[in-house]
Design a protein around this ligand. Structure first.
Ligand SMILES: [Zn+2]
Length: 463
């Protein structure tokens, strides 16, 4: 299988590096190792079995590669991150970096098991690294209490494999874009050595998913962006006239009854952190539910729906992180065929899982090298272009900044993120493309938080 061969080449390259040559049994790996410490890993690497990769020769060096050379980056030190760090450390990975911008909250403690009550308020990355380093001898986790956007290409390039345990789609998309920007093309041909595999795990309540992305070779995140629905909303007609679920009743009160009755005064909006507000919504939702003989409205659910909380389930995190680690192990060692390339897991009702191959999109805005087209009539307003960029299912940008080169000058047509520039460029939104001086075939550069790179679009005038 082609997918299995490419990382093999990558590892071969890594092994040829001088630092690898210098390794011997007396190197750092042995200082904290005792007899049989890695026997569980050796079983997979030093003998063959029905699932070993057809090209893999069992050997003793691969374990040394794991212990001393292979460098893994874990993005996120939350529910998935804690599991990932523990799994990686116990599987023999020792050169691990972890990036997380959050601090520990008391509500994390039930599942983010590297943290204790005394750690509340401290950076997750720091505490997680300290815990693993003190518990697993020889393991060196390097913490970064930062945003992923704080690092540049040179930081990301040092890793062999990157694994994401994030709850933010924007951050995932940014990471995907970063790894695509590291790819080197020579005469249009992808240099395999520039590929850093990305393992992406995600969980939502009892549902989880996982994908293995070889940037530039297999489907990237943006290729299948349609899989992320913009936001789970119930149809208004259901909420207003035929509720079936307790959530429908709560949404009814939140969306329709609160603005109408203004229980806490004219200018008071619903605040999910205010217990009195939640209590009011809860009582009204109970009344609504009783009307339709619906059961299951609780204070907790009310708070969940109002604040859009999806409960985190520790067991789902454990399963997804375990599969992520297995995939990292498979790619790092080349001993087994990696997942191709998307796995779905659901244990809400029984246990259901399957895998499928997500396909590359030929004109993917992130990984295809194909110029993106924007088709609009010359009399379309810039506002319509902006709406297209944010609402189109395969783009889903958040706050796109549009610039164009006009008469040799770089002009910002619209930029939302800086208030003063937003104010200055806002009038452009009501102007037509023609009025803005844009011509057929004009290139528009669009920057957005979902990607570290600017996306180039070519404007095609339709009549
Ligand atoms: Zn793509």
């Amino acid at each position: 299988m082609a997918d299995g061969e490419e990382p093999a080449k990558k590892r071969q390259r890594i092994e040829e590096q001088p630092e690898k040559m210098a390794l011997d049994v007396s190197s750092s790996s042995s200082s904290s190792d005792w007899d049989g410490r890695w026997s569980h890993v050796q079983k997979f690497l030093e003998r063959s079995g029905p699932f070993t990769h057809p090209d893999f020769e069992p050997n003793e060096e691969t374990l040394l590669f794991l212990l001393d050379t292979c460098k893994i980056l874990v993005i996120g030190a939350g529910g998935l991150g804690c599991e990932l760090l523990k799994n990686l450390a116990l599987s023999g990975f020792r050169k691990i970096h972890v990036v997380d911008m959050d601090t520990i909250d008391v509500s994390n403690l039930n599942r983010q098991f590297l943290f204790r009550s005394k750690d509340v308020g401290r950076p997750k990355a720091d505490v997680a690294a300290e815990f693993i380093n003190s518990r697993v001898p020889g393991c060196q986790v390097v913490p970064h209490f930062k945003k992923i956007q704080d690092f540049d290409e040179s930081f990301y390039r040092q890793f062999h494999i990157i694994v994401c345990g994030l709850d933010s789609i924007i951050a995932r998309r940014w990471m995907n874009g970063m790894l695509l920007s590291l790819l080197v093309y020579e005469d249009g041909v992808l240099d395999q050595n520039s590929i850093i595999p990305l393992i992406d795990g995600g969980t939502e309540g009892f549902k989880g998913n996982l994908r293995v992305i070889l940037p530039g070779m297999t489907a990237c995140l943006e290729c299948t962006l349609e899989l992320y629905p913009p936001q789970i909303n119930f149809p208004m007609c259901t909420i207003a006239s035929m509720p079936r679920l307790p959530e429908h009743c709560i949404e009814y009160v939140r969306i329709l009854q609160w603005p109408k009755e203004k229980p806490f005064g004219d200018s008071v909006g619903l605040d999910g952190d205010n217990p009195e507000h939640i209590q009011w919504v809860f009582q009204k939702s109970l009344e609504r539910a009783a009307e339709f003989s619906i059961t299951g409205v609780t204070y907790r659910l009310t708070q969940g729906v109002v604040k859009r909380i999806i409960p985190a389930v520790a067991s789902t995190n454990a399963v997804i992180a375990a599969i992520c680690t297995t995939e990292i192990f498979k790619i790092a060692t080349s001993a087994y065929v990696p997942l191709n390339n998307y796995l779905v897991f659901n244990d809400a009702c029984g246990l259901y899982t399957y895998t499928f191959e997500a396909e590359r999109k030929e004109d993917c805005s992130a990984c295809s090298q194909v110029p993106q087209k924007l088709q609009f009539p010359p009399y379309a307003k810039l506002q319509e272009v902006l709406e297209y960029l944010t609402e189109n299912a395969s783009l889903q940008m958040k706050s796109p900044a549009i610039t164009a080169t006009l008469e040799g000058r770089n002009r910002t047509l619209y930029l939302q993120t800086v208030a003063s520039i937003e104010e200055r460029t806002r009038p452009n939104l009501c102007k037509t493309l023609k009025e803005l001086g844009l011509a057929d075939g004009q290139e528009l550069a669009v920057a957005d938080v979902t990607t570290p790179q600017t996306v180039l679009f070519k404007l095609n005038f339709t009549s």
